[in-house]
Design a protein around this ligand. Structure first.
Ligand code: SF4
Length: 432
């Protein structure tokens, strides 16, 4: 009988794609994959270290899994395992630590624990780049690492310099995913806008997208996060012209104050950021735009924060991810002493979250009466409907007769309920 292995993922889309790589390795090592909560013989926590909270979540999950599976082998991997060397002694629940830069060590360990399977030389082993199995929206990791030097960020230390998967490999994987039934492929990475730059290419991401569209015929593609200066006119033109590219983009802002941006070592001004958003909105009407914002970066004054609010209040953004600044050991800003008080940070994050709620509601209200194309992710007609994600990245609850998981369903939106939209399959879809 095959041993059972479960993976629990903390963090971003890139980490989810890495988890798919781990499942792939486990399968080759002779394991049967089981759901993340177990029971299992081997449990892998793919941890994240982007904030203190992510560290805490990674540790808490390891402890919970140990309580629930006392006899299992527990492995901690991912960015957290790479960076948090000093935490290792405090978490005796973990049996093995394998950093993200040691994929072959993880593969060897799984082969040893699985007691079987063949070692297949994985052309992508340097940085896993696999499809996430069993999801109806499929993550395709095309790039890893980052060589920007944002003063607050530990990611370059955890993941190393930027490197891109060869274009041929990405295209082959996308074609295979489409043949296997995937209807939405999400292109992920740590710094996706730098795709191809490690090979000296310019506009590598736009070239990659054009190649993916040419090689596939049905599935749609979604870009994750693209840094402001990498939102080029070429990229915008291709997004505007191609109906199989989802009208949704996440463009990290971090601050609306030029003084703070400079101190963060972010390579753009608030004016440049705004110009890129305006170009997106002008060329792609209805596009859903989101941003990350950090509140309480060291030295951020009340005036700086007001500049951020001004930029947000007057922008075409439709959601925000707001984070309080979190000091990460090993980063440049960790040594700075002009920290913003905890109370002040809390108040600023709360204000940003209010803006986020207002932006979301405004955008969602504007969708009522429209027909969105939703990729079906869970549910069934008997249980009262289905839940899926629209092309513009909204969760939609809808009624339909016999939708298949993964199917793209046109849904007429009738109402908004919290952060969801509700609707009914539009007449005329296949099978109606
Ligand atoms: S661009 Fe900046 S924030 Fe993003 S991963 Fe690279 S260093 Fe971190």
């Amino acid at each position: 009988m095959r041993k059972r292995l479960a993976v629990v993922t903390v963090g971003c889309k890139a980490n989810f794609a890495d988890s798919a790589g781990i499942l792939d390795k486990a399968h080759r090592a002779g394991f049967e994959a089981v759901p993340g909560h177990g029971p299992a013989d081997v449990l892998v926590v793919n941890g994240c270290t982007v904030t203190h909270r992510a560290d805490r979540d990674s540790r808490a999950i390891a402890r919970r899994l140990r309580r629930e599976n006392p006899g299992a082998v527990l492995i901690m991997t991912g960015c957290y395992a790479e960076v948090a060397q000093e935490d290792r002694d405090d978490i005796p629940e973990v049996d093995h630590w394998v950093g993200i830069r040691e994929p072959s060590a993880l593969e060897d360990l799984l082969r040893f624990l699985g007691g079987g399977g063949s070692r297949r030389e994985d052309a992508l082993s340097e940085y896993h780049a696999h499809l996430l199995l069993g999801r109806h929206r499929t993550f395709l990791k095309v790039q890893d690492g980052c060589e920007a030097s944002c003063a607050y960020c530990i990611v370059p230390k955890a993941r190393g310099a930027s490197r891109s998967l060869p274009l041929r490999e990405v295209v082959d994987r996308a074609v295979r995913a489409e043949e296997e039934g995937a209807n939405e492929l999400v292109l992920t990475g740590i710094h996706v806008g730098r795709y191809g730059a490690d090979r000296g290419e310019r506009n590598g991401l736009a070239v990659l997208i054009a190649a993916l569209l040419a090689a596939t015929s049905r599935c749609r593609f979604r870009l994750g996060s693209v840094e402001p200066l990498e939102v080029t006119s070429r990229l915008v033109a291709i997004l505007a012209a191609e109906p199989r590219l989802c009208p949704h983009l996440h463009v990290p802002l971090q601050s609306g104050s030029d003084r703070v941006l400079q101190r963060m070592r972010r390579p753009y001004t608030s004016r440049q950021y705004r110009a890129r958003l305006d170009m997106l909105r002008r060329e792609i009407p209805g596009i859903r735009l989101g941003a990350d914002v950090i509140a309480g970066f060291p030295g951020e004054t009340a005036d700086d924060f007001r500049e951020t609010q001004r930029l947000l209040g007057d922008s075409p953004l439709s959601y925000l991810h707001a984070f309080p600044y979190s000091r990460r050991a090993g980063t440049e800003s960790a040594g700075w002493t002009d920290d913003v008080s905890a109370a002040e940070k809390k108040g600023r994050v709360a204000a940003l979250r209010d803006s986020d709620r207002a932006m979301r509601s405004r955008y969602l209200e504007g969708q009522i009466g429209k027909i969105l194309t939703v990729v079906t992710e869970t549910g069934d007609a008997g249980a009262g409907g289905y839940l899926g994600t629209s092309e513009n990245y909204v969760e939609v609850l809808f009624e339909a007769f016999g939708a298949r998981m993964g199917e793209l369903v046109p849904v007429r939106v009738h109402e908004m309920q919290g952060t969801l939209l509700k609707g009914r399959a539009a007449v005329g879809r296949d099978g109606d």
